[in-house]
Ligand binder design. Sequence first.
Ligand code: UD1
Ligand code: MG
Length: 459
Amino acid sequence: MAAALSSTEAYSLLALSLACFGILSNTFSRADGEPLVASIAFSGLAFASCYALIRWLGGAFMRRGFKGRDLCKLRQTEIPETMGAVCAVVYLFTLIMFIPWPFYKDIVVATSGGGNRDVIKELEEVETGRLLHRFPHNKLASYLSAILSLQCIALLGIGDDLFDIRWRHKLFIPAIAAIPMLIVYFVDFGVTQMVVPIPLRPYLGELFDLGWLYYVYMAMLSMFSTNSINILAGINGIEVAQSLVIAVLIVVNDVLYLSPFTPYPHPATDSHLFSLYLLLPFIGVSLALLKHNWYPARVFVGDTYCYFAGMVFAVDGILGHFSKTLILLLLPQGFNFVYSAPQLFHLVPCPRHRLPHFNARTGLLECSRVEFKRPLARPIAESVKLLHRLRLLDVESDENGQVVSCSNFTIINLWLVWFGPMREDRLALGLLAFQSAFGVLGLLIRHRMALLIFTADNW
Ligand code: UD1
Ligand code: MG
């Protein structure tokens, strides 16, 4: 693996970095600092640093044992793993360096120092003639709690990549990492009510207070978004690319709440700006990783990346107050999760790896199978056969009608059952097209149909 950057790469990254520095220094001379423009420049810098670091650190990671074999290749050479850790570190530094831009006035100008909030700015004074405005002071607490939770997940993710934590334990890792965010949410915001859809209002009223269950909901959302990305994995590029599709769709959703699309001031604008500040640098580091992880992969992302990406979405959706929209965008992951359930809960045996099988003769991927050494219990065997008839599984039976093997329960394998063997990158592209189509449909439903079950779209 070539560790050095080619000269074209080096010069391009340098040019990009200089341009971003230029934009950043320009924002200093503006009265309002243009936080959104600064965030875009920071994301460019994050891309450039992440790109170079992945290349430079690959060898060092391998020497420390962070490496894996590419199981879907003829020659299963070892390549660096856990490159998500590089992304997470670059991302966290970017978020921390960015703090002065959106919060400068709130920290320094609008207070007399020492945390006093005594200099109250009149609304007109703050809003005059500006496209976007700054955060109120208490958003800083949310922002810092997001950073804390993401730091926790990076730490725990690296722990998982180091020690290969068991599935039944690692399921809960994200719930632990969510604690800093939940505590700050409790102290600072504390809203635990949910808007009730019209058909249920006669029973529950207009707003329903979930109380402490709301915290359980938020912890479960973190567990779901992280683990569901980790199990929709195993072919080159799929972990990063699916995260990128989701991130871009959330950005599209955020932009709908900003200036040209939604007249300012709008109550949801702040939350969606907040979401953009978290997502743009994430897109920066993920693009740098995708460049190295796409077929044929030169590095693996590790569980660190899957957890980190899922946590970025959870934090973003919860603190940006659009967790239901987030769930809509995670529907393909949700489907894969439900589909995987028989193996995750060991109703059907679950091998260590469920990624597709590489056929060395054709060079194509085929669905991987789980062989049943012992006959399956009757109800399970019948259910598996039913899935086969519904074309949701590929089942092989012997002459006595006993089930001997079936394809593994992931949508990656299901895709191969439906469309036949194909090359690794075509498989990844197919699944990404599926993810994008579902996401766009989800957003359309969100903005066009929400009024059918809610009285007001918060748009
Ligand atoms: C999850 C999946 C497992 C899948 C694995 C692949 C469940 C319950 N677990 O496990 O079925 O096989 O992810 O990531 O669904 N690898 C490749 N090519 C790739 C990506 C990964 O060959 O494009 C292999 C490499 O050997 C790499 C290993 O997968 O070292 C990483 O697996 P890991 O992330 O540790 O697996 P899990 O997340 O535990
Ligand atoms: Mg994994």
